[in-house]
Design a protein around this ligand. Sequence first.
Ligand SMILES: [Zn+2]
Length: 81
Amino acid sequence: MLTCKEFDDFMVDYLEQGLPVWRNFMCWLHVKMCRECADFVRDYKRAVKLGQIAFDSPDEPVPDFVPEELIKAALSHRRSN
Ligand SMILES: [Zn+2]
């Protein structure tokens, strides 16, 4: 199984579905087995979705708590590896 550090290296490509099938499967498996990375992926997807909402509706204010939460999640994720 991938370590959290290895998953971290592939995570963006995984979320963008840009990985070869086998590596994609290893990442998927890691997310199923690792609570921390599953939480991180969930927060990342939420942030991306909010980014898309902001992009689709440029006049709507983006909630300012989101980037800070994501930064905290990213920092704590990196510290734990
Ligand atoms: Zn992990």
